[in-house]
Design a protein around this ligand. Structure first.
Ligand code: HEM
Length: 469
């Protein structure tokens, strides 16, 4: 870390004293608290939807749920929509910390736009929840709700993008890498979200191959956009925690950015291996994704080494979230390599191996990193009054249970999915043990969900506790 190469420009935007207008008692803006609360509530809804969806793996429970109209087709999108909203929302809370503490903080226009997008997103969130529960589905992966809610989400996002992008008047090229990640992540979202709705055009809808190609390309970029917001948040919080401003200007950070940008446009090929396309497209996607995961792993290792150098006691347990995320990045690197080899991908396509990969990355990497950054935000909000309430042992215990349950879950999904895919390839029926062990998902998912709820509810309670002075 100390040996790292840095870009010629070492300009770092100086932190200005935050304006007290709209700040909490401890000097953190109310927008950060509201945004973080909404994000943590999304975990609660996602876990609730996931737990009910997981019960569908048990035939008797599935029958009972179907009888009450709680079908998997309704619960799955409810779960994945709120899981994605948590990842976007958790990153936005960190971005609002930056916006409220740099360049004079938030002005009146920024606060009006914050109110506007919060109302838009709350209405859209409530509308999506009710309409999905009522069975109004679009049939699109990650965008499985009525397009009217997409309009509300996009209107809110435009207001947020305005607030963030207008800060670029203070410069872009010499800014730390997190500004680059956040800028591109914000713009990517608009582009990919609009593209994801191209199924509304008859010329796309009536051509299934084109429809699937566009749908998966936009999904790949949508994931790229929330990854970019998360990488930016990790970089920003890492800079604050390590006290080393050079890392956000290092060549490793800029390599992650460059390769991540490229990957956002090539990774869709992982999902379209079964569609007509040349093999070079598949191999480019494979190589670019692998490079991105390797660089991300290096960033995580560098950051945790830098934090450890400063001593762990001052990090209120954030280090345990980030350490676990580092190991998950390592594990996901291995599974990504396996599932991205084109010939193997054709065997596991459409099986639980893909669910294992999606949940392993969104929980093991995105969620653990964002719970770490949320924990940092809570210490910023609560300051000295929160410190005594932080139970380091419980925090480590929570991280261990989440990681342990996720490990069993991902291992079972991978083994069951790979076996199912292999027997499908041979043209034979799936072995009995795969069907007989389906209880692993609701049981381990239940344990995972309980500990995620423990983490989210604890953080919500800490955010609500009143300042003592
Ligand atoms: C914040 C935590 C969570 C995140 C970010 C998350 C993320 C995801 C994602 C991205 C998928 C889609 C996988 C795919 O593309 O096929 C998914 C599916 C699913 N998740 Fe989660 N998940 C979380 C927690 C949970 C929990 C706690 C449970 C169970 C109690 C659960 C149960 C499920 C089920 C049953 C599916 C559908 C599996 C299928 O299609 O067969 N999830 N989750």
């Amino acid at each position: 870390m100390t040996q790292m190469e840095t870009r010629p420009s070492q300009h770092v935007t100086p932190a200005t004293t935050p304006s007290l207008d709209g700040l909490t008692g401890q000097g953190v803006d109310r927008t950060v608290v509201i945004q973080l609360r909404m994000a943590l509530l999304c975990i609660v809804v996602a876990v609730g939807g996931g737990a009910l969806a997981a019960l569908h793996y048990l035939p008797s429970c599935a029958e009972w749920l179907n009888g009450r109209s709680l079908t998997l087709t309704r619960l799955r999108p409810l779960h994945t929509t709120f899981a994605s909203l948590w990842i976007f929302g958790g990153s936005l809370a960190v971005m609002y910390h930056y916006l409220s503490t740099q360049h004079g903080g938030l002005d009146r226009g920024d606060r009006r736009r914050f109110l506007f997008h919060t109302v838009c997103w709350l209405l859209a969130g409530a509308g999506i929840f009710v309409s999905l529960a009522a069975g109004v589905l679009s049939g699109r992966e990650y965008l499985d709700f009525h397009p009217i809610f997409s309009v509300m989400l996009l209107a809110g996002w435009s207001a947020f993008a305005w607030t963030f992008l207008k800060r670029l008047k203070h410069g872009f090229w010499a800014q730390p890498i997190y500004i680059w990640f956040w800028t591109i992540g914000t713009l990517y979202f608009v582009y990919t979200f609009v593209e994801g709705h191209s199924y509304l055009l008859p010329a796309v809808f009536e051509n299934p191959v084109r429809d699937m190609q566009i749908q998966w390309k936009s999904c790949g970029t949508l994931v790229g956009s929330f990854n970019f917001l998360m990488y930016g948040s990790l970089g920003y919080v890492g800079e604050r925690l390590s006290g080393d401003r050079r890392y956000a200007q290092s060549s490793t950070a800029f390599w992650l950015f460059g390769v991540g940008c490229l990957n956002s446009f090539t990774n869709y090929a992982h999902h379209t291996y079964h569609l007509p396309q040349t093999s070079s497209v598949k191999w480019i996607a494979f190589v670019v994704s692998m490079i991105e995961v390797v660089i991300l792993l290096k960033v995580m290792m560098d950051l945790s080494a830098a934090m450890r150098k400063r001593g762990t006691s001052q990090f209120c347990g954030r280090l345990s979230w980030l350490t676990a995320a580092k190991w998950w990045t390592f594990a996901m690197l291995f599974t990504s390599i396996v599932i991205s080899v084109p010939s193997w991908n054709s065997i596991i396509h459409g099986t639980q191996v893909i669910v294992a990969h999606a949940m392993g990355t969104t929980i093991g990497i995105d969620t653990l990193v964002l719970l770490g950054t949320s924990s940092w935000l809570i210490c910023e909000v609560g300051g000295a009054r929160v410190m005594p309430k932080i139970d380091g042992a419980l925090q480590r215990h929570t991280v261990r249970w989440i990681s342990g349950a996720l490990t069993v879950l991902v291992t079972w999904l991978t083994l069951a999915g790979a076996t199912h895919g292999y027997y499908r390839y041979l043209g034979e029926s799936t072995p009995d043990w795969v069907v007989g062990s389906r209880w692993v998902l609701p049981v381990c998912g239940g344990v995972l969900g309980c500990w995620l709820l423990v983490a989210a509810v604890r953080m919500l309670r800490m955010l609500s506790s009143r300042p003592t002075t």
